[in-house]
Each structure stands twice: as structure tokens, then as C-alpha cells.
Design a protein around this ligand. Structure first.
Ligand SMILES: [Zn+2]
Length: 337
């Protein structure tokens, strides 16, 4: 195997080939002269091929992941091309973003490390000065956040997450058409979500929102209805199942409180069994649940209602789903739970 090919394979360099390499022992650097693997230069904006106009004289340098104490440096002279749409532009670099000085994979590692450890430690491991790391981090985050800007928002999803061991909350707004996060706010509840609607969306943008999905909290549903005039609220499956499970659990707790010590022994370990989806149920589970029908009628009735509801998700025709839902609600109301 040729040396250059060996280096390329060893360092798992993709989309490029190594033309030449040399070590610089003084600053512990391995310099690699590279070129894109595929022939032809493409426009970074539309990915179309363009006519090559000229080569920039001085090679540019991109830092890559360090290996065994060596800093890896990719050297390449980018070319300028003529794109039919975008005019004179520098060619697309497959291993790094437009004006970045680091490769995509170093950037990725940088972001992951910075989540897990202090910037100082990350900088030491990646062999870059701390100030550089902080600047690179800001650049990457600014660039990535650019892709999450609000654009043609039609379907939104609102949810909350907890962090710092469930001590703090953040509210997240998603663009469901583009599958990305468009806004994150500190805290949860009505005030937080109001901030989003008031500061981030214009009156026109609010009118454009057609669908909104959230959990069943009054705060979010109220905010959506107040701010978006043309919206249809959608409750997602996850939150409905969660609410059903919570309701079953409430019945279980109530029965637990009323039970005698002997009965309590029988009811032990029931919690997770009741939560289990029918597709994950084993034969033993089914037997236990059948025993429950005689053992504790109320818990069994609650569980049956929850289990019945799973059928709802399989309906294709809206009228059939509606009929099922009405029937289910009547049974639930009559169940006296
Ligand atoms: Zn172009």
C-alpha cells in the first residue's frame, strides 16, 4: 500500500486523498497536503459544479483530531469557481465548513467534549489554546443556531424538559415540519411560553400557524389558543398514554391505601405491570392480570380501559375513530372510577 493511502486509511480521512505529508517535530505537527477525492469543484450553496477560475495561491490549514500527541493539519489550496447561480465563489470543502479553520469531525468532538467537561480540560485534550477553543465554540454554535431560525413556521410542538437533576426546567418549541428546535426558554408554564409568542413571532407569523402539539397542561393549550387564531390543537400519543397510565396508577394507589396487609402483599409489584404496553406483555403478565380481575375489580377495570384505548391508534378512518372514542368515553364515565 502506498504511504499516502496508508495515512489516509489510518486517519480515516474521507472525501479526500493525501498528496504528501511531513512531520514537524518542533511543534509536534503532522502536515498533510490533501485534495478533495472527487474531481470537479462544487458550489457550497447549491452543490452544482462550476467552472474553475483560479487557485488561491497560499494553502489554507485546517486542524483535525490530534493523534498520539501529534496535531494533524490539513493543507489545501481552495479554488475559486464560477457558479451559474451564485457567481464567483470559493469551492465547497468536503471536510470543513466554509470559513472554518477546523474540520467537521474536530468540531463535533469539540462540541461533545464541551458538554461533558470544562473548556480548559477540553482544550488540553484537543491540543488547542483555551481562547481558541472558546472562539471556535462560539462560531460553531452561531452557525448551527442559524439553521434553527424560525422560517415559515406552520406546525409547532411545545414541550418541557428538566435539567440539573429535575431542579430546573426549560421549555422547547419545535418546528415539526423541519424537525428542529426553534426556541428554548428558561422555566416552564404560561409565562415562559408567552415570552416566545410575544417576542419571537409577528402577528402574521402567528396567523400562519396551523397545527400545534403539546402536552395536556392548561398553560400551553391556553397560550396556543390565545396567540394563534387559526390553530388546530393536536395532542400527541406519548402524552395521552402518559395521562392514561397516571390515571391507572391513581386507582392503584387508592386501592393500596384501602388494602389490608394481606391484600397489600398481593398488590405488590403491580405498578410496572399495569404500565406495560400490550406488545411487551409476557404470558406470565397476562396470567397475573387475569388474576387481578378476581383480586381487585377496580384496578382491573381501570387497566382494561387503558388497554382498550390502544386500539384507538390503529383507526384509519376519522369517523370510526370518533365512534370508538365516544364509546370508550361512555364506558369510562360509567366505570365509576
Ligand atoms: Zn451555486
Amino acid at each position: 500500500m502506498a504511504k499516502n493511502k496508508f495515512i489516509r486509511k489510518l486517519l480515516k480521512l474521507q472525501d479526500l486523498s493525501v498528496v504528501n505529508f511531513w512531520f514537524n517535530s518542533r511543534d509536534k505537527t503532522l502536515n498533510l497536503l490533501v485534495k478533495p477525492y472527487k474531481n470537479g469543484a462544487r458550489c457550497p450553496k447549491c452543490n452544482r459544479r462550476g467552472r474553475i477560475l483560479r487557485t488561491v495561491d497560499a494553502p489554507r490549514c485546517w486542524s483535525d483530531l490530534p493523534v498520539c500527541g501529534w496535531t494533524i493539519c490539513l493543507l489545501y489550496c481552495p479554488r475559486e469557481i464560477q457558479c451559474p447561480t451564485h457567481g464567483r465563489i470559493q469551492e465547497n470543502i468536503p471536510w470543513a465548513d466554509g470559513h472554518a479553520r477546523i474540520t467537521y469531525r474536530l468540531e463535533y468532538v469539540l462540541l461533545v467534549y464541551s458538554q461533558q467537561m470544562t473548556q480548559k480540560t477540553a482544550a488540553a485534550i484537543l491540543r488547542i489554546p483555551k481562547s481558541t477553543l472558546s472562539e471556535l465554540l462560539h462560531r460553531s454554535i452561531t452557525r448551527i443556531r442559524d439553521g434553527h431560525r424560525i422560517r415559515g413556521l406552520k406546525s409547532i410542538g411545545i414541550d418541557e424538559i428538566s435539567y440539573a437533576k429535575r431542579k430546573k426546567y426549560a421549555t422547547i418549541v419545535y418546528d415539526l415540519d423541519r424537525s428542529c428546535v426553534v426556541w428554548v426558554g428558561r422555566g416552564k408554564g404560561r409565562d415562559t411560553i408567552d415570552t416566545f409568542f410575544k417576542t419571537k413571532l409577528s402577528a402574521y407569523q402567528k396567523q400562519q400557524i396551523k397545527w400545534a402539539s403539546c402536552d395536556m397542561s392548561r398553560a400551553y393549550m391556553g397560550a396556543i389558543n390565545d396567540h394563534c387564531p387559526n390553530v388546530t390543537l393536536v395532542l400527541d400519543r406519548f402524552h395521552i398514554v402518559k395521562a392514561l397510565n397516571a390515571a391507572v396508577d391513581e386507582v392503584r394507589k387508592e386501592q393500596w391505601r384501602l388494602a389490608s396487609p394481606d391484600q397489600k402483599k398481593a398488590l405488590k409489584g403491580l405498578r410496572w405491570l399495569l404500565f406495560r404496553h400490550s406488545s411487551n406483555r409476557t404470558k406470565r403478565d397476562t396470567r397475573l392480570l387475569n388474576l387481578l380481575r378476581k383480586g381487585n375489580r377496580r384496578i382491573h377495570r381501570a387497566w382494561v380501559l387503558k388497554d382498550e384505548f390502544e386500539k384507538f391508534w390503529d383507526y384509519k378512518a376519522p369517523w370510526a375513530a370518533e365512534r370508538f372514542l365516544k364509546g370508550w368515553m361512555t364506558t369510562a364515565l360509567k366505570s365509576r372510577l
